[in-house]
Design a protein around this ligand. Structure first.
Ligand code: 4AD
Ligand code: MG
Length: 477
């Protein structure tokens, strides 16, 4: 008999019709009530067992973590918490689980413990909810762009360029590292390597996306991104997923409008399609916050926070204005920032970004026109000679969630900036060709997918919103 998924079963009414469900036992109480979950919903299906009729052999194998198949019919539930329950006629054990050894006990585990047991954490309420939300967010992003006619481009994962120029790349090689071929000068001879040159994992698909935009007008990428940043923070991963739209005929304002529209679309989509999961995560967050001192608790619960973000325009200010606000802030004057803001030109730290969003404006903020010396080579230069058409979107609890810019479409200005920054132009000849042949005004941005998932799930550590986190000194599973 075909299996019915639990999310479907829970919408049915009582009937004598027999159905089959399959899933993993969360708990088995009093030899009578099984809480079964198959991952299709946060809710468990209650299964009622008549222990006098069920063989003892089977009963003792119904343990937390075991995988079972149940044939039965739906009855109105006498107990609280569910409208219907499945009255078991037959139970088959598909996979046993030793209750003494199964790491997930029917109790609350710390997130740290679950990170170490990430191979099993999908089977908990919290991680079930997080990864269903992640799934819906990913699909929502595709829906948003597809509805607008953007073309999805698969940018390469192995490349020879460092698009962000930050030198934080992971090398790709098939050399025998104990026996590296050298050239006459004693340097590693990459000509003998697999690709005949030095290659690395991509830090961004933007440069290739720009090539696509110069043909399809509007494109996006959505792929894995790798950065060997040695920053062990709750916001950084060595392997993360990034969405990078790139649009011909867009200036910085069009770019900001699109980013804001996209964020609101995907958040709203998740709120609608994952209402139960987000409700659960909202309660989880409330419980977690109750451990904190009053002053540190947020004023809004998760659902309110998401709705607040949907219902307000993001504040748009320049970097220069932001520096003024930060310099004049009581926080700065009372030296509450770890990095004090004294002069124009400094890079903003996450504490500054969060101050602007959480304390000053109390809503998402888009900062524009950053000093050129703290931004990448490809951003369009402003006439002041000091700033570029950059934009970063800052979110409460997260800091930077999107980084983007209008691109420098003028060949001369671009090569001049590359020379100043010592980026070899001959290696990026293919990129410069877009400026040689039919260049035009264009812009794009990158959304850090896990930072979006963090925001929507209310989780606080980025390791908890990607199935298997890769961070410094950690590559398990
Ligand atoms: O600001 P970034 O470095 O911008 C770019 O890579 C551009 N090429 C994007 C573009 O214009 N097409 O990165 C974009 C976003 C950040 O705002 C952040 O959300 C996320 O990617 N991000 C990370 N997320 C997790 N772990 C890391 N190590 C991240 N580094 C950046
Ligand atoms: Mg950035």
């Amino acid at each position: 008999m075909q299996r019915t998924k639990i999310n479907t079963v829970l919408k049915l009414t009582a009937s004598s019709r027999l159905i089959t469900v399959k899933g993993w036992v969360r708990t088995f109480r009093s030899n009578r009530f099984i809480a079964l979950n198959d991952g299709s919903t946060i809710h468990n299906l209650q299964i009622v067992v008549d222990f006098e009729k069920m063989p003892a052999e089977i009963l003792k194998r119904i343990t937390t973590g075991a995988c079972i198949s149940v044939l039965g019919h739906l009855a109105n539930s006498q107990g609280q918490g569910q409208a219907v329950e499945l009255v078991a006629q037959n139970i088959e054990i598909l996979g046993d689980s030793d209750p003494e050894k199964f790491p997930l006990q029917p109790k609350k585990h710390s997130l740290e413990f679950l990170r170490e047991n990430a191979h099993l954490r999908f089977r908990t309420n919290t991680f079930g909810a997080i990864f269903r939300v992640r799934n819906v967010l990913a699909f929502g992003i595709h829906e948003f762009f597809q509805e607008k006619g953007f073309v999805y481009i698969h940018s390469p994962i192995i490349t020879s360029s460092d698009a962000e120029g930050a030198g934080e790349t992971f090398r790709v090689t098939n050399f025998d590292l104990n026996n590296l071929p050298k050239d006459e000068l004693g340097r590693v001879d990459f000509q003998q390597d697999f690709f005949g040159k030095n290659t690395n994992l991509t830090v961004s698909g933007q440069l290739e996306a720009e090539l696509g935009a110069m043909a399809f007008s509007e494109v996006y990428t959505f792929g894995p991104t790798f950065r060997a940043e040695n920053s062990n923070t709750t916001r950084h991963l060595a392997e993360f997923w990034m969405i990078e739209p790139e649009m011909a005929f867009y200036n910085l304002n069009d770019n900001m409008d699109l980013a804001e529209e996209m964020l609101k679309y995907v958040i709203k989509n998740a709120l609608t399609k994952c209402a139960d999961d987000i409700e659960f995560l909202s309660k989880r967050l409330l419980e977690e916050e109750q451990q904190k001192p009053l002053a540190e608790r947020s004023e809004m619960n998760l659902v309110e926070k998401l709705n607040f973000c949907l219902n307000n325009s993001f504040e748009r200010i320049t970097y220069t204005q932001a520096i003024e606000i930060l310099k004049e802030s009581n926080h700065n004057k009372k030296k509450k920032f770890q990095y004090l803001v004294n002069e124009w030109g400094v890079d903003l730290q996450s504490e500054h970004e969060r101050y602007l969003v959480e304390k000053h404006f109390k809503k998402p903020v888009i900062l524009t026109d950053y000093p050129k010396k703290i931004k990448a080579f490809y951003m369009r230069q402003n006439d002041d000679g000091q700033t570029v058409r950059a934009m970063d979107i800052l979110f409460p609890g997260i800091g930077e969630i999107v980084g983007g810019s209008q691109r420098e479409e003028r060949l001369e200005k671009l090569t001049q900036r590359m020379n100043e920054m010592q980026i070899p132009t001959h290696e990026l000849n293919w990129y410069l060709d877009t400026r040689r042949f039919g260049t035009c005004e264009h812009a794009g941005f990158g959304l850090g997918f896990e930072r979006l998932v963090l925001f929507v799930t209310g989780m606080t550590n980025i390791r908890d919103v990607i199935p298997f986190a890769r961070t410094p000194k950690n590559c398990e599973f």
